[in-house]
Design a protein around this ligand. Structure first.
Ligand SMILES: Nc1ncnc2c1ncn2[C@@H]1O[C@H](COP(=O)(O)OP(=O)(O)OP(=O)(O)O)[C@@H](O)[C@H]1O
Length: 564
């Protein structure tokens, strides 16, 4: 529809010079009432009415075109944003190790807006100008072929530099968007850490780092603008020069009687249309090149391949109500640190319903264990089996539904308490949510919040204490009611008394389900079936707490430090 309206509008504007020619030559010139011209023998008033009708038609088509084209622009941007966002959401944690969230945000907002400008206005302006240019050229040729050929030669000379400069603008534009994204990435990180910045009184330093980056993006933008403004000067002078030259030749033709005044007038109008067309096209060309730079950056995100490759024909999980896990000779190195192994030849079988504790020094590879069970990363060697099936043969969505995790650093969303807990199972009823909250001892502090469960917890749960955040995360995991429960130092931020109470709540959840607990405080894991001791990525001991004490190895050493 936009395209049809565009053609209609352009056709209307191309008729205007003809109407002018007739107005001059037949409306009040020497050939009045000879019946010639486009509209025959119209009176002078009739000619003006015809002109006005053209203007009104033009206005209508322009407004309708503006609407349709803007619609397309907005649609494209919204779709593009969603597509890029959903692509980013499906990336594994490895992707976010290198790309900062601020940068993704900058691409989602800044780059898509640039594309919106182009699709929603520049392209239509460009097409309109192209039509105006082509139509104008044809009409120029019809009006006076001699003057037209003179003009054509001059125009070709103008077009060449425009194309060359356009390329340069594209390159500079990508650079400038990159610089803006750099600044956003920095701001994104720092705004999340304002209290740390302030406590180390680094405000000035951070301010300078940001303004340096902003300055750099300014300088790149100015370099791009310089190139574009030079281009504008070149075009205006060249195009106007060409028109004045042709006008001069034409005026001499009229004086010698080989052309009528009306013809010259329409010729000049067409020449102006053509010139205007060229001018706009050059600007649009610059915009398109800018957007091409932005598109390249968005495509990088859209084409990002997830490092976790999902089986095309995933197997179904056998007996999903009980989950057993088996590590078979698993070795693993983080992609960013291929030289050191985070886990080395790990063999471990965790039976359905069994509770296991992972203990060991900091950096031993305990959290890595969880990351691999969730398949955030693929093992480098060996395999992990869930109910006897290799994780790589299962659908990610499918098996992650059977895992509930409380991570070391629990995430609270900017919503109220009840919604935060419900995140574990969105379809859960209010009663179920409250039951989980009670088990995790959330109840105890929620009642003291101003609006109870409806209290807004602030972005990232800034309005809660560390221990309160942990309890919300535990309630969320309990609510999920998954057959495999992973607890990564889930109660580390609690005082002894609350920890005991939360442990009781957890014990109910742990009963009947497979559980793996990571804990530094050995007192919290005395009730598990088996303790697995990790040291530098290797399993060094396994057994019941009592067995391990007898072995006088790493566990016994840690225990004597903690208990005596
Ligand atoms: N994303 C990552 N990229 C590269 N190396 C990593 C990454 N995450 C962790 N590591 C490294 O892997 C090793 C094991 O880390 P892991 O987080 O599993 O330790 P942990 O036993 O859970 O320690 P803690 O008790 O301190 O939480 C560490 O040496 C750590 O530096």
């Amino acid at each position: 529809m936009a395209f049809i309206l565009l053609c209609l509008g352009s056709a209307t504007i191309l008729v205007v010079p003809l109407a002018f020619r007739d107005l001059i030559d037949f409306g009040f010139g020497q050939q009045t009432n000879t019946g010639k011209g486009l509209l025959g023998s119209l009176s002078l008033n009739g000619h003006f009415v015809a002109l006005f009708a053209l203007a009104a038609l033009w206005g209508l088509t322009v407004s309708a075109r503006f609407y349709t084209v803007s619609w397309v622009g907005e649609r494209v941007t919204a779709d593009l944003r969603s597509a890029v966002y959903s692509r980013v959401l499906s990336q594994s944690p490895e992707f976010f190790e290198t790309l900062q969230t601020g940068e993704v945000l900058s691409r989602l907002t800044g780059d898509t807006t640039l594309i919106q400008t182009v699709v929603g206005s520049s392209v239509s302006m460009g097409l309109r100008s192209l039509f105006q240019f082509l139509g104008g050229m044809v009409m120029l040729a019809v009006t006076s072929f001699y003057l037209f050929s003179l003009n054509l030669g001059l125009l070709v000379m103008v077009m060449l530099p425009i194309i060359a400069v356009g390329r340069k603008v594209k390159k500079l534009s990508k650079e400038s968007q990159d610089k803006i994204a750099d600044a956003s990435a920095l701001a994104g990180e720092i705004l999340n850490a304002v209290p740390t910045v302030q406590s180390y009184t680094q405000e000035r330093h951070e301010q300078k780092r940001f303004s340096d980056r902003a300055e750099l993006s300014f300088l790149t933008a100015i370099r791009r603008t310089k190139v574009r403004s030079a281009l504008t000067a070149l075009i205006i002078t060249a195009v106007m020069g060409a028109i004045i030259f042709v006008l001069w030749v034409g005026a001499n033709e009229v004086r010698h009687g080989s052309m009528s005044g009306g013809q010259l007038a329409s010729f000049v109008l067409y020449a102006l249309l053509v010139a205007g067309g060229v001018g706009t096209m050059s600007e649009v060309w610059g915009d398109i090149m800018r957007a091409a730079g932005a598109t390249e950056r968005l495509l990088e995100l859209l084409n990002a391949k997830p490092s976790i490759i999902v089986a095309s024909n995933p197997e179904l999980i056998p007996t999903p109500n009980n989950v057993s896990i088996e590590f078979k000779d698993v070795s693993f190195s983080y992609p960013s640190r291929l030289k050191s192994q985070a886990l080395e030849h790990v063999n471990l079988e965790i039976k359905s319903g069994e509770s296991i504790a992972l203990v060991g020094p900091s950096g031993a590879g305990k959290t890595t264990f969880f990351q691999l069970i969730l398949r955030f990363y693929d093992v480098t060697q060996g395999s992990i089996l869930l109910n006897g099936v290799d994780l790589r043969q299962l659908s990610l969505q499918d098996f992650r539904r059977y895992i509930a995790i409380v991570s070391q650093d629990p995430v609270i969303f900017s919503a109220n308490a009840i919604e935060n807990i419900r995140y574990g199972r969105p379809e859960a009823s209010d009663e179920e949510v409250l039951k989980a909250a009670k088990a995790a001892q959330v109840d105890e502090f929620i009642s003291r919040l101003p609006n109870g469960y409806q209290t807004f917890l602030g972005e990232r749960g800034t309005r809660l204490s560390g221990g309160q955040r942990q309890r919300i995360a535990i309630a969320r995991a309990i609510l999920k009611n998954a057959p495999l429960l992973l607890l990564d130092e889930a109660t580390s931020a609690l005082d002894a008394e609350s920890e005991l109470l939360v442990q009781e709540g957890l014990n109910a959840a742990i009963k009947d389900r497979t559980t793996i607990v990571i804990a530094h405080r050995l007192a919290t894991v005395q009730k598990v079936d088996r303790i697995v001791v990790l040291e530098q990525g290797k399993i060094v001991e396994t057994g019941t707490p009592a067995d391990l004490l007898k072995q006088s190895g790493l566990y016994a050493r840690l225990a004597s430090l903690q208990f005596k």
